[in-house]
Design a protein around this ligand. Structure first.
Ligand SMILES: [Mn+2]
Length: 286
């Protein structure tokens, strides 16, 4: 299986694959849908090469670009646009032209694109948010996720208050237990109790994930696909399937939907020296 895959990869590497070959070559490798985000094209951190390999190796019926595709913030500071980044954009446009439904949901780093919601760029639909219906009829809300920063920031602010309160309670605890001791009551750690609470409040990732899942449920969706925090994840959060497709700066991850509707997080291993192309590696869904 691996051998066939490698042979196929070697065969296709460097070729501009014609549409007909796309179908025949990819029986086992094509997906119904692919969700990727946080490519950060326009920055040196973007792993455009591996991304291009991944896209070439995996045709799909749907492709969702879940925000922070082009890093407008960084480009404004310093122009960085190598050929490989151009290749990615061209690959995306080509895909749309070849019949793949490409939906672009901008994020905060490419918020300039939000004003074009409802329009098309060479077949790529731009939308503030989207709803993807899987092969099994599951409704997934697709959104970058930066809107939840406000909620999370608020939670963080509360956590800081909690931190100050914690310092205070350490002292209060001492006095309280001194008093309890004089009253013949056993020791009770108020600080240990609050420390636990504050630690939980400081967990930015958890807050983000819960906020997104909560909003997805409120809107009546069974799941949500987002990005933004560069942390791939797929798990149930209070009855909502939370999926974060990761990023292409550090982790090289994507969320894929198989033709039977099964969702999976995949991690792309870039080509090792002497190999023509990279290969997918499974990511355990925690
Ligand atoms: Mn973002």
């Amino acid at each position: 299986m691996r051998t066939t895959f490698d042979a196929l990869g070697s065969l296709l590497a460097g070729f501009d694959v014609p549409a007909a070959d796309d179908d025949t070559a990819s029986q086992r490798r094509s997906y119904r849908s692919i969700f990727i985000s946080d490519l950060h094209l326009g920055t040196a951190g973007c792993q455009a090469g591996p991304l291009l390999e991944f896209l070439k190796a995996h045709p799909s019926d749907h492709l969702y670009l879940v925000g922070d595709i082009i890093d407008g913030w960084q480009l404004r500071k310093r122009w960085y646009w190598p050929q490989s980044h151009n290749d990615v954009v061209q690959k995306l446009l080509r895909r749309a032209r070849k019949g793949c439904r490409v939906v672009y949901v901008p994020g905060n780093h490419d918020e300039f694109a939000r004003q074009f919601a409802g329009h098309r760029f060479g077949g790529i639909e731009v939308a503030q948010e989207a709803v993807h219906v899987t092969a099994t009829g599951q409704r997934l809300w697709v959104v970058h996720g930066d809107y939840f920063d406000g909620v999370v920031q608020c939670a963080r602010w509360l956590a800081h208050v909690g931190d100050t309160l914690y310092e205070f309670t350490l002292r209060l605890n001492r006095h309280l237990n001194h008093l309890r001791g004089r009253l013949g009551l056993p020791y009770w750690s108020l600080s240990a109790y609050l420390k636990h609470k504050v630690k939980k409040a400081l967990n930015y990732v958890t807050d983000f994930e819960r906020a997104v899942a909560h909003e997805a449920r409120r809107r009546g969706h069974q799941g949500v696909v987002c990005g933004h925090i560069h942390r791939a994840e797929m798990r149930d959060i209070e009855g909502v399937l939370y999926c974060n497709d990761g990023d292409w700066v550090e982790s090289r991850t994507a969320l894929v939907e198989h033709h039977d509707g099964r969702l999976e997080l995949v991690h792309w291993e870039p080509a090792a020296p002497g190999r023509a192309t990279g290969h997918p590696a499974l990511v355990e869904a925690a």
